[in-house]
Structure formats: structure tokens, C-alpha cells
Design a protein around this ligand. Structure first.
Ligand code: PZK
Length: 304
């Protein structure tokens, strides 16, 4: 059973009417935790949602007990920056990156509550992860046939749309485009494919000019009550996408992760079976990983 932990926070969204005037006041009220992920939480605030990124980090799908200070802020600010860059591709769920409880300042986003679509929308420009496994087994990913002779980390002839189911528990399963169309309708499937590929192309092209390969990315979409499709969740962050250094890219072997390689290298040398609980991270590995997240943000956005 999920434990709902109420959070007592200050929020400026209370409106009171006195003699015909509206007063916005600071008043404490509880936000309901609606979803707790491995490294993020989602709260309800009236009609809005507040997505909060923590400093938690996972390796091999296991959350480690030591935080990476600043990680939540870097990912939140990167995501906000991308939402801004991509406004002409598709509207998004962001209401504000600043109108959030003070204790979460910098690492939370107030967003519109949408009806989420039951599809993980993935775009791939390179072969890795489950896409690689599927290609090796069938020569296809989500029904898209790829040329023979590709290997781990290979660049694809062109970016492809490889959606999956959103499993409540267990593993997401690949879906073909036709299966997506059967689930959400043909015009919505076309819109998801278009937006997913365009977001990926924009991100990968910009990253390429900064010496970074974005191998793939996972997007989530939702609907407004009027049916408008909107980009939700996080966008082109290292938690939703594979980031590699272009200078280190070498197809034919597993690629080094721009953000998590120090954690992987360190944990590979431990006597740890990759099952929870994960090991505490030593200070030098925390510092190196923290620097990687910062560098990624600065390189992509040009901001400090
Ligand atoms: C929503 N998630 C995943 C995100 C978590 C889990 N705008 C929205 N409207 C309705 N639902 C969602 C969103 C968004 N984004 C997102 N689950 C539901 C998620 C962050 C933290 F724990």
C-alpha cells in the first residue's frame, strides 16, 4: 500500500475576497503526495500538480542512500529550459518554475493536471538499452525494421519512434505504431510520433553542437479537458534520456554515461549484487558526479 505523506508547506495561492477585492495570501496548507517515484515526487495543490525533483540518484535501477547535492535543481532547471525551447513544437504542462513552496525552490515545477496517455513515447537516434536487445532479437524495435549490421551504440539511419506500454509494475513492453493508434486513435498517434521525433531532433541537434550525444529520450504526454495534447513530465534530462560525450562515443561497445559513469565505475569495483539496499557513495564520487550534472547543464544551456 502506498503511504500518503502530507507535506506542510507555504503556498501563495489562497484567494480571499473582502469588499469586492481579491487578496492573495500566504497561508499554510497541506499538499497531498499523489505519486512517489524513485527520484521524484508529485504533489497535488488544488487543481495543479507540483513535481519535485530530489537529489536521489539510481544506479542499475537501485536508489543509493547518498544524495547528489544539486542534482534535483540541475534536472529541474534543464527541463524548464527545454520546455521553453520547445514551445513551438508542442504546448507543455508547465505553469511556473518559481511559484512553488520555498523549501522546494529551484527543484520543483507547478504544472497543469492532465489526463496522461498510457504510452511511453520514446525516440531513438542510437542503439542502446532495450532497443538494442529488441534489435538483436528481431531486427526491429516497436515494429520498426532497422538495417542489419548495427551494434551497441550505433547511430541509426534516422531517429525512430519506439513507444512502449506504461506498465504499473514490471517492465514496459514495446508497442507498434498501429497498437498506439488502436489505443489513442490515429490522429493522436500521429501527433505523438511527430512531437516525439521533433523534440528528439531538436535536442540531439543542439546537444551535438555542444559535444554531447543524446542517444534516446522518453517523453510523456497528457490531455487538457478540451483534448489538446501536451508535453508533460520532464524533458531531455539525463534521467529521461541517454547522454554520452561525443568525444567518447565508439560504436560496438557499451557507451560511457555522461552523468552516471563515475557511479558505475565505482560500484563495479564493489562486492554488491546490484540489489537493494545500494551502497553509500564515497565523497569523491559524489563530487565527481555532482560536477558532471553541473557541466551538463552549463554545456547545454550556456547558463551557470
Ligand atoms: C503525472 N507522472 C509521473 C512524475 C512522480 C511521477 N501534468 C500531469 N498531470 C497528471 N499526471 C501527471 C502529470 C505530469 N507530469 C506524471 N505521474 C502522473 C511522475 C513525477 C514524479 F513520482
Amino acid at each position: 500500500m502506498m503511504v500518503r505523506a502530507p507535506a506542510l508547506v507555504r503556498c501563495a495561492r489562497t484567494a480571499r475576497v473582502f469588499s469586492g477585492r481579491v487578496f492573495l495570501g500566504w497561508e499554510e496548507h497541506e499538499l497531498e503526495l499523489v505519486h512517489s517515484g524513485k527520484v521524484r515526487e508529485l504533489y497535488a495543490d488544488g487543481d495543479d500538480l507540483i513535481m519535485v525533483a530530489s537529489d536521489r540518484v539510481s544506479v542499475y535501477d537501485v536508489v543509493l542512500p547518498t544524495p547528489i547535492p544539486g542534482k534535483g535543481q540541475v534536472l529541474t532547471q534543464l527541463s524548464l529550459w527545454w520546455f521553453g525551447q520547445l514551445g513551438d513544437v508542442i504546448p507543455n504542462h508547465v505553469i511556473s518554475g518559481t511559484d512553488v513552496p520555498a523549501e522546494w525552490a529551484g527543484r520543483a515545477i507547478r504544472c497543469r493536471r492532465l489526463t496522461m496517455l498510457p504510452v511511453e513515447c520514446i525516440a531513438r537516434g542510437y542503439l542502446a538499452g532495450l532497443g538494442l536487445a529488441s534489435y538483436q532479437q528481431s531486427g526491429t524495435i516497436s515494429g520498426v525494421r532497422l538495417p542489419p549490421g548495427l551494434g551497441e551504440g550505433s547511430r541509426l539511419p534516422e531517429p525512430i519512434f519506439t513507444p512502449t506500454t506504461k506498465a504499473a509494475a514490471g517492465h514496459d513492453e514495446p508497442m507498434t505504431y498501429d497498437e498506439v493508434a488502436a489505443l489513442v486513435g490515429g490522429s493522436m498517434a500521429a501527433e505523438l510520433q511527430r512531437a516525439t521525433l521533433e523534440v528528439y531532433r531538436r535536442g540531439a541537434d543542439l546537444a551535438a553542437t555542444r559535444g554531447i550525444v543524446i542517444a534516446d529520450t522518453k517523453l510523456e504526454f497528457g490531455l487538457l479537458p478540451d483534448g489538446t495534447v501536451m508535453l508533460a513530465d520532464e524533458v531531455l534530462t539525463p534521467d529521461s534520456s541517454r547522454f554520452w560525450l561525443a568525444s567518447e562515443w565508439q560504436p560496438g561497445r557499451p557507451q560511457r554515461s555522461l552523468d552516471k559513469q563515475f557511479l558505475r565505475d565505482w560500484s563495479a569495483g564493489l562486492d554488491w549484487d546490484r540489489r537493494p539496499p545500494g551502497p553509500a557513495i564515497p565523497p569523491d564520487v559524489v563530487a565527481a558526479t555532482q560536477a558532471r550534472y553541473r557541466e551538463l547543464y552549463t554545456r547545454m544551456t550556456g547558463r551557470e
